[in-house]
Design a binder for this molecule. Structure first.
Ligand code: AVJ
Length: 310
């Protein structure tokens, strides 16, 4: 990097750490270690969303893919692609799978495993940050873009509206979008899902401090100086993950030539996870310029998949 230029993390740190409240874009939680910790989270007893979404896909994947006639399945934030297999199983032979993820390592190994298990499928991974624009598909064909896991809840309300509108604009008429959303439920179950007994979510959250320390060469930053804190914000209809300082934090970022102070008891907002009702999902898709055509929930009514087309 030439003089005066900043890494993307440095630019985000500069914009977020000194804001009130201090915050950082959630994508920095998902480095290779973070992605693998998130993977662990998905099998925790308290973390129901992944299991519920899998139940829905197990019951309805063929119906969903069949309704679209898509030959290209583009997955945003594909991670390890475990749930995607249920959709891939329903694709016609000769179709393509285009996983899109920020973690090159996660993407590479997932793509390799999928290629080996699905010889009739063309696998064309794209390393990209889809919080910007939708990456162009390396393969031609009618797309079904899927965004699973409830990850759309990581976007704040205005960002989410902008993201959905941009996505709608990038789809051609007749192309499809499948969205996974977690539903509002009893707050105790919501907070438990983000505050597991084994402490995996706490490690996942604190990993952000290690990302900052190692990638920006920071002095005076220690993951153990932060408590993991997951709160339900009923007005914002969202879970908020915070890192709360256990003592006065006084760190130095040589690349930014700046001190960062976080007084004991105050927090850094690291992730939000917005929760929905069937009505808010439909309203948001429609406002973005998409036409919701069907939706499915699990028998507990915990999670929802919604199919929409352009
Ligand atoms: C990956 C965004 C779907 O919000 O439930 C899980 C991330 N963070 N536990 C979510 C997460 C802490 C997860 N998403």
């Amino acid at each position: 990097m030439s003089r005066g230029e900043q890494s993307p993390l440095a630019a985000d740190a500069l914009a977020g750490l000194w804001a009130q409240p201090p915050t950082l874009p959630t994508k920095w939680l998902y480095d290779d270690r973070g992605s693998s910790l998130y993977d662990e989270i998905t099998s925790l007893p308290e973390y129901y969303p992944a299991r519920r979404e899998t139940e829905i896909l197990r019951a309805h994947a063929a119906e969903i893919v069949g309704a679209t006639g898509a030959t290209v399945l583009m997955e945003l934030g594909s991670g390890t692609s475990a749930k995607t297999r249920l959709l891939l199983d329903a694709l016609a032979p000769g179709s393509a799978y285009v996983p899109v993820d920020v973690s090159a390592e996660t993407l590479g190994s997932a793509a390799e495993v999928i290629s080996a298990d699905y010889p009739a499928l063309r696998v064309a991974p794209v390393v990209a940050d889809f919080t910007g624009e939708l990456p162009a598909s390396p393969v031609a064909g009618r797309r079904l873009v899927v965004f699973l896991g409830g990850t759309v809840g990581n976007f704040a309300d205005e960002e989410r509206a902008a993201f959905l509108s941009r996505l709608a604009a990038d789809l051609a008429p007749g192309e499809w979008f499948l969205l996974g959303t977690d539903l509002i439920k009893e707050p105790g179950r919501l907070t438990a899902a983000y505050n597991d007994k084994a402490g995996v979510t706490a490690d996942f959250n604190r990993n952000l401090i290690e990302v900052l320390r190692s990638q920006l060469d920071a002095d005076g930053l220690y993951p153990d100086d932060f408590d993991h804190d997951a709160r339900w914000n009923p007005a914002g209809r969202r879970i908020e993950m915070w890192l709360t300082a256990r003592r006065d934090v006084d760190a130095y970022f040589p690349t930014l030539d700046r001190r960062w102070r976080l007084p004991r008891g105050t927090g850094l907002l690291t992730e939000i996870s917005v929760k929905f009702t069937p009505e808010t999902v439909a309203a948001e898709l429609t406002a973005a310029g998409l036409a919701p055509s069907a939706s499915w929930t699990d028998p507990h009514g915990d999670f929802q998949l919604t199919l929409a087309h352009r």
